[in-house]
Design a protein around this ligand. Structure first.
Ligand SMILES: C[S@@+](CC[C@H](N)C(=O)[O-])C[C@H]1O[C@@H](n2cnc3c(N)ncnc32)[C@H](O)[C@@H]1O
Length: 338
């Protein structure tokens, strides 16, 4: 059974926009890839996928976006391994070999007997492909079905993203400070910043953003006004095997003293305790944003409140709000400078 028949058999075929794209003329590079997105913040998860397509200049077209399922016409490329808010990537147009396989079903906002459904899908596939050995523990190929709000989406797993952030959480680093962002969010911010070569964090703190950037193979640059933080960032980077870095003690409102031009700036601003912006913080933000604008064309900036970046000459491409706890939101701005 090919992808079309499989979808017919289990229901995805009923989705008009997927059906339409099957019959349309498709360029040869295209595959239909299904991204099973994190439910934590689906908007940001979807934006992260698009950001990587743009970073690596991959032509793409969105065919379907429903809650935790996004289907794109695009190609698979190594840079997708950077994704932090995607659980799995499936190829919708799959064809199975004779190698051992298994079927897994994930229920999202649905009621169903998962084991029963896995067996049914496996039986259908066996009918179409002839006898293929089943290996539930260590299969060569996996067919994955997402049952979302009663609608079935099927594909072959082409990339898996096991959750591996535990050991990099701030309290496991040699230098700890509670202000650091969770490594998964740090990675998303780097990806939203659309960097393919290097990233600068001008308020680097303990290096949470730079650790993730360094682990993705990007060149890391950082600045912090506190000498302790600078030393802490260097220690943390080296702890994770990131030995090439340029971290300085300095003022983020005067970036040109240290850096001429950088590909992208990704940063988490100092928040302070007050819910209103104090005048000194307002001044710090404005001067820092002007300084960032003068050294880069792409930025991803996190603050604890909304901010009018357009007034300073930025184009606001995206704005997400993350609820951290009752009294703290994080506003994530994806910006560009013309
Ligand atoms: C919210 S923390 C950054 C947290 C960081 N993302 C991490 O993972 O640890 C903000 C940092 O900004 C630094 N900072 C405050 N004013 C600064 C300035 N004018 N220039 C550079 N750094 C500054 C503080 O020392 C603090 O380390």
């Amino acid at each position: 059974m090919d992808g079309v028949m499989a979808m017919r058999a289990i229901g995805l075929w009923s989705c008009p926009c997927v059906r339409k794209c099957f019959y349309g003329a498709r360029p040869s590079w295209c595959m239909r890839l299904l991204f099973y997105l994190s439910g934590e913040h689906t908007g940001m998860a979807e934006a992260e996928v698009r950001a990587l397509f743009e970073t690596y200049h991959i032509p793409w077209r969105c065919l379907l976006l429903e809650h935790q399922v996004a289907i794109y016409e695009a190609e698979i490329f190594p840079g997708l391994s950077r994704l932090s808010m995607t659980h799995k990537i499936l190829s919708v147009d799959f064809s199975l070999s004779k190698q051992p396989f298994r079927v897994r079903v994930k229920k999202l906002l649905s009621e169903a007997d998962t084991l029963q459904l896995e067996r049914e899908i496996a039986d259908d596939l066996q009918k179409e492909y002839g006898r293929i050995p089943v290996d539930l523990e260590n299969p060569e190929q996996e067919v994955y079905c997402i049952l979302q709000k009663g609608k079935r989406f099927l594909g072959q797993t082409v990339m898996d993203f096991p959750y591996s952030y535990e050991g990099r959480k701030p309290h496991y680093r040699p230098y700890f400070h509670p202000s650091s962002v969770h490594p998964r969010i740090a990675r998303t911010l780097v990806n939203l910043g659309r960097c393919s070569r290097e990233v600068l964090d001008p308020f680097c703190g303990t290096g949470g953003i730079l650790i993730e950037a360094g682990l993705m193979g990007l060149e890391v640059k950082g600045l912090d006004v506190s000498e302790h933080m600078v030393a802490g960032t260097r220690t943390n980077l080296e702890h994770f095997g990131i030995r090439t870095h340029r971290i300085f003690q300095g003022d983020a409102t005067r970036l040109h003293n240290h850096f001429q031009e950088v590909e992208s700036v990704v940063t988490d601003m100092p928040y302070g305790k007050a819910s209103r912006l104090t005048s000194s913080r307002k001044q710090l933000y404005e001067s820092a944003f002007e300084s960032i604008r003068d050294v880069t064309k792409k930025a991803c900036i996190v603050l604890s409140r909304p901010y009018d970046f357009e007034r300073l000459g930025y184009e606001e491409r995206e704005h997400f709000i993350l609820h951290v706890h009752k009294s703290l939101d994080r506003h994530v701005y994806v910006l560009s400078v013309q």
